[in-house]
Write a protein that binds this ligand. Structure first.
Ligand SMILES: Cc1cc2nc3c(=O)[nH]c(=O)nc-3n(C[C@H](O)[C@H](O)[C@H](O)COP(=O)(O)OP(=O)(O)OC[C@H]3O[C@@H](n4cnc5c(N)ncnc54)[C@H](O)[C@@H]3O)c2cc1C
Length: 502
């Protein structure tokens, strides 16, 4: 039997697996991305891309392509029994600001999001292998040996690490015997992508209350509508075109809506579950494999993308010689985030059931999530000198519009997006020198004599900088350390612990 050797075997080419693959591809890490499906997923399912995910997609070079392929959420129109209607915004939209370039969520059908990720992956010379199902694996001190079933028989893959990004029913999670405690939400719903006429496209149309609700949302960038409606917990659901036509006529009371085609449909039961562990030795789980929850709030795909974003640079660093303990921070950081997200999705589901309220606010945008309590967060500023509202180690690193030394406009994100660590030195007493250089760490001097000019003070304000202050930024765009002395013992130990050697 032939054996394929690689560094990372990624099981599952959904949003999580594709994001991880793209991050590894740009870091020139060898990987194999497999999926048991014969072809890419074809449904709209997770259609909301939150502002924090757009920032990640910007770093991966695909945000603008996604925005061009989709569109912003239209207002929701709720039809009343008396024939009138009420309208409200679907999302809390803000203009982009100096610190937050993406002010509102993007609507992009999941199959289009995954298509953009695959397109970029192909541009980097990679593609998922469909029709490849992970059938078993075992690990030893040096790596993981996996059996992969294909139409031509079983292949063995030998990898340094395995990542199970294989969805809510995760084979990898079950094979590792990781507990998946939680609860059923005692709710079942139908989602389908339709060609339908008789409805205005610039509105998310909603009818009915409780179990009689029905929503038809225009899928931006396509000619389709996404149908969503609760269905009884038990029994057969008629998902044929005739069955869906009848349900639409009955719940909307409209005889003029014509259903022409059903492109994709799915009936799913909602539950809220969180894996007890995200890592067992050389095997990790990410995305829905690690957490499932109701779709209210549009968090699942986004949280899955961010799991992959957290894990990618750590795997690359450890393959490059960083201590293995760095990989333990993946579970510590991401499991806490998922636990919070499960609570949020459940609260929003209750609001949708009781008050018929499907609006999504700032809390769903994921810009305020971070890792303050992580072992990777170091704050060396004097205690008491930091106002509570100030930026803290572990927070998302804000953007700032600046200028390069040549006077050209330059956003801070354009520098942070390189995938390296960054050390921002604000008006340093001495310029950085070749003697200070560490592999994988980019030093950026800010000020009138530095490479980056903060003429409007946006960067100073966002980071709370005083002359001589510095911020170490992680490869995934979170503040690692805030200090005044890059040579302090704590900073030196920190840099060693993440593999940044001089
Ligand atoms: C109705 C609905 C609406 C939603 N709306 C939103 C939203 O607005 N925003 C949002 O963020 N999320 C939303 N979600 C959730 C979102 O769809 C999921 O969270 C997301 O798909 C998770 O991505 P993933 O990559 O972790 O897993 P998946 O997308 O499930 O991908 C897993 C992949 O693994 C493959 N696989 C499984 N087992 C194996 C194996 N043994 N070998 C090889 N391959 C395997 C599968 O074929 C699949 O391609 C919604 C979900 C639903 C149902």
């Amino acid at each position: 039997m032939n054996t394929i050797h690689t560094d990372i075997l990624i099981c599952g080419a959904g949003a999580a697996g594709l994001t991880l693959a793209l991050d590894l591809a740009r870091r020139h890490i060898a990987f194999l991305l497999i999926d048991q499906a014969q072809a890419p997923f074809a449904g709209s399912r997770g259609k909301g891309i939150q502002p924090r995910s757009l920032e990640i997609f910007e770093a991966l070079g695909v945000a603008d392509r996604m925005v061009a392929a989709g569109g912003y959420y239209p207002p929701q129109r709720k039809y009343r029994a008396d024939g009138g209607y009420d309208e409200q915004p679907s999302t809390e939209a803000a203009a982009s600001s100096p610190t937050e370039p993406y002010g509102q969520p993007l609507m992009l059908a999941q199959y289009l999001t995954e298509g953009v990720l695959r397109q970029r992956l192909a541009e980097l010379g990679h593609a998922p292998r469909y029709g490849h199902a992970l059938a078993g694996f075992e690990q030893d001190a040096d790596g993981v040996s996996a059996g992969v079933a294909t139409a031509d028989g079983e292949t063995t893959v030998r990898a340094r690490y395995l990542v199970g990004a294989d969805g809510g029913r995760s084979f990898v999670r079950k094979a590792l015997d990781i507990g998946f405690p939680g609860e059923s939400m005692k709710a079942r719903a139908l989602v389908a992508d339709l060609t339908l006429s008789g409805l205005e496209r610039g509105i998310w149309h909603r009818w009915g209350d409780g179990p009689r609700q029905l929503g038809l949302c225009p899928l931006m960038g396509t000619g389709l509508f996404q149908l969503q409606m609760p269905v009884p917990l038990e029994g057969e659901v008629d998902v044929s075109q005739a069955g869906l036509s009848a349900a639409i006529a009955e719940r909307t009371g409209r005889a003029d809506l014509m259903l022409h085609a059903v492109h994709w449909r799915s009936v799913y039961e909602m539950s809220s579950r969180l894996a007890e562990r995200y890592r067992v030795g050389r095997v990790f789980i990410a995305g829905d494999a690690a957490h499932v929850h109701p779709p209210t709030g549009g968090q699942g795909l986004n949280t899955s993308v961010q799991d992959a974003w957290n894990l990618g640079w750590k795997l690359a660093a450890v393959l490059g010689g960083a201590p293995d303990a760095l990989l333990d921070t993946y579970e510590a950081e991401r499991r806490a985030i998922a636990a919070g997200m499960l609570g949020l999705a459940t609260r929003l589901l209750d609001a949708a059931r009781q008050q018929n309220d499907l609006r999504r606010g700032r809390e769903t945008q994921q810009l305020d999530l971070g890792y303050r309590t992580s072992s990777l967060s170091l704050d060396e500023r004097p205690r008491g000198a930091v106002p509570p509202a100030a930026l803290h180690a572990g927070d998302r690193a804000p953007d700032a519009p600046c200028h390069g030394a040549a006077g050209q406009p330059l956003r801070l994100f354009a520098l942070l997006n390189s995938g390296d660590w960054s050390l921002l030195r604000y008006e340093p007493a001495m310029p950085s020198s070749p003697a200070d250089a560490r592999r994988g760490l980019r030093t950026i001097d800010i000020g009138a004599a530095g490479e980056l000019r903060d003429d409007s003070g946006h960067l100073r304000d966002a980071y709370g900088f005083m002359p001589g202050a510095m911020a170490l930024i992680r490869p995934d765009g979170y503040v690692a350390a805030l200090s005044h002395n890059e040579r302090s013992p704590a900073m030196a130990a920190y840099l060693q612990s993440v593999g940044l050697r001089s």
